[in-house]
Design a protein around this ligand. Structure first.
Ligand SMILES: NC(=O)c1ccc[n+]([C@@H]2O[C@H](COP(=O)([O-])OP(=O)(O)OC[C@H]3O[C@@H](n4cnc5c(N)ncnc54)[C@H](O)[C@@H]3O)[C@@H](O)[C@H]2O)c1
Length: 433
């Protein structure tokens, strides 16, 4: 038997659970090291390993990351730390000859993205970025239909994504609310959507113009929802606040965050209307692609329900994708037992419909809907893990490499620049791709 791949995970928070669990289930891997500034969160992941019948991993602080790679003889690094820190770990691991799997987004700004691309080229190393949305069967079906020429040449796309007042609000409770950490929702969230469009069209973004605003969350709005407290835990004002996330009510949230916060002051339950928000919650873009196609795109993070619509207009017809993730969102304070809480699962209990409608010219519409699993990002999480760890892309989707991950990122980077300058931005002025 070949030795199991000695694996390290850097950033042992919520998302890392997918990898800790997935790696522990696979004989070909052994998680030997965890790296995070917070020892309580590392201990949580070690309990997961023990529960899966595995040995615990050594716990390392970020300052000793490079030493960890050597001492632990790491063959695979999984990067699930906060977005702005990805680049330092990706680059150090590639330079040490270690294979890297990173969560999206690859990084948060153009300088860091170029740095990663340069190190990939210099080392010839292997970097995979977990753009899981490609692995959702609904998205795969859209890709097949477009590739078969169902609507001919694609001239334009109209794309609207709605995040509700549970999931959307979550980006305003913690580190994402600071653009320096997350790159804002154009980078942190919309890079998923821009990756899908690049993949669906087989095209690359060239020019981006956008306008973004903080219309709903943060201080100073007149809609009457804002309460005067800084964080939920221990605040009387938060008890009946529909936006309040109660960490103490859920075992995972309590153990990962509430019981860990004394070490680093990371509060997971901030008031979404409290000061300190530097990201937008309402963003509109116009993007042009090298294929000649254009896209109008809108992301809203304060919607009553969650879901998305993508309309493709082509020379032979039109394709309409409509995914309703929830029909309404429950107020958080009504959710008494948040068992297995993940974004939306509890506060948005009403899974909606999915439809793919092909409207060929001069013919009646045809329904191409496929079953949509609403858990784990439409079933995509399990599939992306199989593709990353078992080389098993059963549904034919590819894992994004460094260049594709940079292309997914660059639309959002250009949007952020356009928000600042009020001008259209050429992606070639941001990254050498
Ligand atoms: N693909 C997806 O659908 C998906 C879903 C959720 C999150 N993510 C990604 O996963 C990553 C983690 O998100 P999360 O929701 O688990 O956040 P989280 O806050 O739960 O976890 C982040 C972890 O990073 C650690 N950390 C902070 N500073 C660090 C540093 N300097 N070095 C190392 N670790 C540090 C924190 O202590 C924490 O344990 C993000 O990049 C996010 O974009 C991807």
């Amino acid at each position: 038997m070949p030795e199991a791949v000695r694996t390290a995970i850097v950033g042992t928070g919520n998302r890392a659970q997918l990898f800790t669990e997935g790696l522990a289930k696979r004989d070909g891997y052994e998680v030997v090291a965890l790296c995070d500034p917070n020892s309580v969160r590392m201990a949580f992941h070690n309990r997961m390993l023990l529960a899966a019948g595995r040995h615990t991993a050594h716990q390392w602080p970020p300052a000793r990351f490079e030493e960890m790679l050597k001492v632990e003889r790491i063959g695979l690094l999984v990067v699930t730390s906060i977005d702005a820190t990805h680049n330092q770990y990706i680059e150090a691991a590639l330079r040490a000859g270690v294979r890297v799997i990173s969560e999206k987004p690859m990084t948060t700004d153009a300088v860091k993205a170029q740095g990663i691309l340069d190190v990939v080229e210099e080392t010839g190393g292997s970097l995979s970025v977990a753009y899981n949305y490609r692995f959702n069967p609904v998205h795969r079906r859209v890709c097949e239909l477009l590739a078969e020429g169902a609507i001919g040449d694609i001239h334009s796309i109209h794309f609207e994504w709605l995040l509700d007042v549970s999931h959307g609000a979550d980006y305003f409770r913690r580190w994402h609310r600071d653009k320096a950490n997350s790159g804002g929702l154009m980078v942190h969230k919309a890079s998923h959507h821009f990756d899908l469009v690049n993949w669906w069209l087989g095209a690359e973004p060239r020019i981006v113009y956008g306008q973004g605003q903080l219309a709903f969350y943060g201080p100073g709005h007149r809609h009457g929802y804002a309460r005067d407290y800084s964080r939920v835990n221990g605040s009387a004002e938060a008890v009946d606040d529909p936006f309040a996330l109660h960490l103490a009510r859920n075992t995972t949230l309590r153990e990962l965050y509430l019981e860990a916060e004394a070490e680093d002051g990371y509060y997971r339950d901030r008031n979404v209307f409290a000061p300190g928000v530097s990201i937008e919650d309402d963003m509109a873009l116009l993007v042009s692609y090298d294929s000649g196609a254009t896209m109008t795109y809108h992301l809203t993070a304060y919607s009553p329900a969650e879901g998305y619509r993508v309309m493709f207009n082509g020379s032979a017809g039109r394709l309409e994708l409509h995914v309703e993730e929830s029909t309404f969102t429950m107020p958080h304070h009504r959710v008494e037992s948040a068992k297995g809480w993940v974004h939306g699962d509890v506060a948005a209990p009403t899974a909606g419909r999915t439809s793919i409608t092909l409207r060929p010219l001069w013919k009646p519409p045809v329904d191409h809907t496929v079953d949509h699993d609403h858990a784990g990002h439409g079933g995509a999480d399990a599939r992306v893990l199989a593709a990353l760890l078992d080389d098993d892309p059963t549904d034919g989707a590819d894992i994004a490499d460094a260049r594709q991950a940079a292309l997914a990122l660059v639309t959002g980077l250009a949007a952020n620049r356009s928000f600042e300058t009020g001008l259209p931005v050429r992606t070639a002025d941001l990254l050498k791709l």
